[in-house]
Design a protein around this ligand. Structure first.
Ligand code: CAA
Length: 703
């Protein structure tokens, strides 16, 4: 028997252990080995029942994602066919679920007649996150086990459930006492089944899964969710598959699921989401840094500044059980900051997301202070003070004096020169940028800015710590705005300029939300603060001095005190949570266009799309060429997790590849020619883009 599967007999039982570390992904070789083992057990008259388990303690994380989109995905034995074969073995199969049963892993367990799980195991059908639906019977067998509505919710959410929950839902028949006794208890269970003369497959609990559903359930559900799903394909296919489970006999339902699955697998959206899956794992690998490098211990953190950002940053550590000191200059600012944190936690308690006891525990981990002496023993200090280089440098001079040797000194700057901040200390090797996104306790992205002299162990430690506090860290080099805000600059510039030329903010934003961005760029600036954006521009204004139209609309709104949502006026007018078009903005744009002699006209959606997105993409490619980003997929992660770029488009770099790099280059050159002096000044293709197209390359990579 191949090493991918362990096979052993225990009396009348055949124990079959999946052994393909790290997660028993059900790629073709493992499927073949599993089938062979099961056939052997089926054919052996001495075997009365089969216990299927993960030989390394973990059951299975599902199909091998790297096979999707290639022939290997459906190479014999394919997973759906293999599972149908298991359901036809006339001996009871018990799935002993350790650690994880996800996707095809859970479907494998569902094909077994009986399931037992250990207390730490988690179960789920996360295919939706990959733009897929369960494609090995999950959409047909799960509704028959737990009812159509529960199955639909579980598959659409993609969330994992714990064993207690899975037991209550009816997915698990039994709970083992602990991981160590799982296999033994699975064997006991199998013997009991044999003693009872239990059938190989028990009768379905919900032979008609739709039995409890109200009339018109599916049409109603679809209508309710349409807007939220935007243009996503997978949720619609999931719904169709569950509907099929309700309407068709099992065999036909399985065939229908196959059709729907193939449609999903072949879609651009699934390719994009699979790209994102691997991008997230790749982001943690830093060339030249040994993963086995010794980390610096982080037992205590300090945050300088108790403003919205500082408070949010501190919450991340308290949430992860790490003590954190928040330092402020004045006691009223400190009290305000800490009570904001408390209020945030209280909202979570009210929403049922946090217990009162947990709130109290987290607040106990947060200590306020007015004295730098209190942070002398911190292992990591994160500065979150006003975004001005001189102020931040002053803070770092003080940190250099008070902090213990070896402490990591981080700045939360969103754009400033981390090398210039590090340079005022006597220990630049300990300085790094940690750019949290607002709200810092919610947003998953963390830009980790590696300064020129940042030590490898400082980088490695912060990357590991970021994962510990639930963030997705992406490494950036030093430049104005790093990866995210530097790309935002030309993107926002074009949006503002197009309003001068005659588009309304709603038109510009509408094109962007039309391709499923969470928010148009102008709405985003209103949310982030037109004042904040203005001040960032001031810090870099020499770079744009030769264009009098440069972000003029933003400057003018700033001068008028229209700071966006916080002042109820910005690119839009806000009444409560409602965003309305503002005729004043139109008038201001008209006046500025007159002053700058910019002719006004109507702009087609395609032009809006190309000007915003091609400039975004072009800047990303330039960043890669400069080595600010390590890889194109890192840029995608920044924009998906920090700026609401839809994951099902794969991020701006992947989107550009889907559009065709030659198309992007042609578009930029066309705009360069058609937009007069504006086009000449700004629509310059990145040299790397030109090189890639000239070489006939279709992927964005440095070369
Ligand atoms: N296929 C291929 N590789 C996988 C995999 C899968 N299903 N799941 C994890 N891996 C790989 C990862 O790429 C990673 O590889 P590297 O070390 O080379 O980067 C390694 O396993 C460990 O994964 P993580 O770094 O993510 O480790 P973790 O402990 O943080 O998380 C996990 C483990 C929860 C299983 C997570 O990897 C995960 O969520 N995996 C995806 C699970 C999933 O979506 N399953 C459904 C697949 S689709 C399907 O099954 C369709 C169907 O119906 C037939």
């Amino acid at each position: 028997m191949t090493a991918l599967v362990h096979y052993r007999l225990d009396g009348q039982l055949a124990l079959i252990g999946l052994s393909r570390p790290p997660v028993n992904a059900l790629g073709q070789p493992l499927r073949a080995a599993l089938l062979e083992a099961c056939e052997r057990a089926a054919a052996d008259p001495a075997v009365a029942a089969i216990v299927l388990h993960g030989a390394n303690g973990l059951f299975s994380a599902g199909a091998d994602i790297s096979e999707f989109g290639s022939e290997a995905s459906s190479a014999a034995p394919d997973l759906p066919g293999l599972l149908v074969r298991l359901t036809r073995i006339d001996k009871p199969l018990v799935a002993a679920i350790g650690k994880l049963a996800l996707g095809g892993g859970l479907e494998l367990a569902l094909a077994c007649g009986y399931r037992i799980g250990e207390p730490q195991a988690r179960l789920g059908l996360p295919e939706i996150n990959l733009g897929l639906l369960p494609g090995a019977g999950g959409t047909q067998r799960l509704p028959r086990l737990i009812g159509a509505e529960s199955a639909l919710n579980m598959i659409l959410s993609g969330k994992q459930v714990d064993v207690q929950h899975a037991h209550l839902m009816g997915i698990l028949d039994r709970l083992a006492d602990n991981p160590e006794t799982l296999i033994e208890q699975a064997c006991v269970y199998a013997r009991e089944l044999l003693a009872q003369g239990a059938p190989a497959q028990p009768a379905a609990r919900y032979p008609s899964p739709a039995v409890d559903l109200p009339e018109g359930f599916f049409a109603g559900f679809r209508a309710e969710q349409e807007a939220r799903w935007k243009s996503r394909l997978a949720p619609r296919l999931v719904l169709a598959a569950i509907e099929a489970a309700c309407l068709l006999p099992l065999e036909e339902g399985l065939a229908r699921e196959q059709d729907l699955f193939r449609q999903a697998e072949a879609s651009r959206q699934s390719a994009a989401l699979r790209h994102v899956f691997f991008a997230e794992r790749e982001a943690g690998r830093i060339p030249g840094i040994d993963p086995a490098l010794d980390m610096r211990p982080i037992a205590k953190v300090a945050v300088i500044g108790a403003g919205t950002m500082g408070g949010g940053i501190a919450m991340n550590f308290a949430n992860a059980g790490i003590p954190v000191v928040v330092l402020e200059q004045k006691s009223d600012a400190l009290e305000r900051g800490l009570s904001n944190v408390q209020r945030n936690y209280e909202i979570s308690v009210k929403r049922g997301k946090l217990s009162q006891a947990e709130l109290e525990k987290r607040m106990r981990l947060l200590q306020g202070s007015l004295e730098y002496a209190d942070i002398a023993d911190a292992d990591l200090v994160i500065e979150a003070v006003f975004e001005k280089l001189e102020i931040k440098q002053q803070v770092f001079r003080t940190l250099d004096e008070v902090c213990k040797p070896g402490a990591i000194l981080a700045t939360n700057t969103s754009s400033l020169d981390v090398d210039a901040i590090a340079a005022v200390t006597s220990r630049p090797q300990d300085v790094i940028g940690l750019h949290f996104f607002s709200p810092a306790n919610v947003m998953r992205l963390l830009e980790v800015v590696r300064a020129r002299r940042t030590a490898p162990d400082v980088l490695a430690t912060t990357l590991k710590l970021a994962r510990r506090i639930g963030k997705l860290p992406v490494v950036s080099g030093v430049c104005f705005g790093f990866i995210g805000n530097r790309m935002l600059e030309p993107y926002a510039r074009e949006a503002m300029r197009m309003v001068l030329e005659g588009a309304s903010p709603a038109q510009v934003d509408g094109v962007l939300t039309g391709i499923d961005l969470n928010m148009g760029v102008l709405s985003m600036l209103d949310l982030a603060g037109i004042d904040v954006n203005y001040l960032v521009r001031q810090a870099n204004k020499a770079a744009f001095a030769d264009d009098p139209s440069y972000c003029r609309l933003g400057d003018e709104l700033y001068a008028m005190g229209c700071y966006g949502q916080k002042s109820s006026f910005g690119f839009y007018h806000y009444e409560g949570r409602q965003r309305l078009d503002d005729p004043t903005v139109e008038k201001v744009a008209e006046r500025l266009a007159g002053e700058l002699q910019i002719p006004r006209r109507s702009l087609a959606p395609q032009e809006i799309h190309d000007r915003c997105l091609f400039m975004l993409i072009n800047e990303g490619i330039q960043l890669l060429d400069e080595g600010i980003a390590l890889r194109a997929s890192d840029i995608d992660l920044v924009w998906i997790n920090g700026y609401g770029f839809p994951a099902h488009l794969g991020g701006p770099m992947h989107y550009a590849e889907q559009l065709g790099l030659d198309q992007v280059l042609d578009g930029i050159l066309r705009l360069q020619a058609s937009l007069g002096s504006h086009g000449q000044r700004w629509f310059k293709p990145a040299p790397l883009l030109k090189r890639l197209v000239a070489a006939g390359r279709t992927r964005i990579e440095k070369f």
